[in-house]
Design a binder for this molecule. Structure first.
Ligand code: COA
Length: 327
């Protein structure tokens, strides 16, 4: 049974391109190392006056245009983000005001790079139950603001951007979200986090001096778990829909590292040309990476009406999720 239709998709990346050569001026790294270990050639950084809701606004507008829908028609706005405009209120509420989506319920969800998948699951299930009819689901991040430019192991990986889908009640075309699957394991919470700035360690001069407000990651554990969990939940989605990987036209994975994407494709048994990746251009844009990659694939004509897609994501928590979508 189809949970919800996707009426429109959109994305936005800021215009400031940061190449590997640019990062070589800041940390001890090389273009060769970054490309070989991650596949990333460049990423985008938000302008100084751009916050998460500003990036989200452009992506949302583009998705609404494709859906031929006015913002005022939305019942609900969900943003997956860990770099919202403020600790509170939600970035979704700020976006609601920017869009003029009066009457919608707006909230953020926190699942690191799985944030968009979590929003997709909540939004499509809300439509399935009949609670809402038109839901904007987004992933948006300004990771450059929490990147430690003294840590060469992480600062080369991340970029900024936003992606959006507009969900509506399913029609009889057979297109839409067939299923969503979510899991987490909080025993890995310390492996990928921002150590300070919350109620555990409020900001002090000491936390700032010790660089505790920047993203921290245990790279190798995160790498292994990303492949393991995205494979597991990808296979779960296939099984629960009575599908095999041969039935899938494209896999759209979270874009964290090209080697993770290759490892995932191998374990799923998917030929690499069936995997959509924009990692070389944008790096890891966290919750925004799947809708950005899918939007570009749709707009370039690569993904066509009727194609069967497997989306799979992994992020801080650790959290992971998947979805089968008939485009
Ligand atoms: N440039 C040059 N050298 C670097 C470097 C950089 N940017 N970053 C790390 N190195 C060095 C290390 O210091 C280490 O040197 P040493 O052997 O002299 O100690 C060497 O490269 C190998 O480091 P290592 O951490 O073992 O590399 P890796 O192959 O594990 O790759 C990551 C590091 C971060 C690219 C990889 O672990 C990764 O992608 N992890 C997961 C990232 C991710 O998905 N995060 C988000 C999940 S949503």
């Amino acid at each position: 049974m189809i949970q919800a239709s996707i009426a429109g998709i959109g994305s936005y990346v800021p215009s400031r391109v940061v190449t590997n050569a640019d990062l070589m001026k800041i940390v001890d790294t090389s273009d060769e190392w970054i490309i070989k270990r991650t596949g990333i050639k460049e990423r985008r950084y938000a302008a100084d006056d751009q916050a998460c809701s500003d990036l989200a606004y452009f992506a949302a507008t583009s998705a609404l245009e494709m859906a031929e829908m006015e913002p005022s028609e939305l019942d609900c706005i969900i943003i997956g983000t860990v770099t919202g405009d403020h600790p509170f209120p939600s970035t979704a509420c700020i976006l609601q005001e920017k869009l003029g989506a009066k009457g919608a319920m707006a909230f953020d969800v926190s699942a690191g790079c799985t944030g968009f998948m979590l929003g997709l699951s909540i939004g499509s299930n809300m439509i399935k139950t009949g609670q809402f009819k038109k839901v904007l689901v987004m992933g948006g991040e300004v990771l450059s603001r929490v990147t430690d430019f003294e840590d060469r192991g992480t600062c080369v990986l991340f970029g900024d951007g936003a992606g959006a889908v507009v969900l509506t009640a399913p029609d009889d075309s057979g297109s839409g979200i067939l299923s969503t699957h979510l899991e987490s394991d909080g025993s890995y919470a310390d492996m990928l986090n921002i150590p300070a700035g919350g109620s555990r360690k409020p900001p002090t001069l000491e936390t700032i001096k010790n660089r505790k407000h920047y993203l921290y990651m245990e790279g190798q554990i995160t790498f292994k778990m990303a492949i393991r969990t995205m494979t597991k939940i990808g296979n779960l989605a296939l099984e629960q829909n009575g599908l095999t990987i041969e039935d899938i036209d494209y896999v759209v994975p979270h874009q964290a590292n090209w080697r993770i994407i290759e490892g995932l494709a191998k374990k799923l048994g998917a030929p690499i040309d069936k995997v959509i990746s924009e990692i070389h251009k944008y790096g890891n844009t966290s919750g925004a990476s799947i809708p950005i990659a899918l939007d570009e694939a749709v707009r370039s004509g690569k993904v066509k009406k009727g194609d069967l897609l497997l989306l799979t994501a992994f992020g801080a928590g650790y959290t992971w999720g998947s979805s089968i979508v008939r485009w």
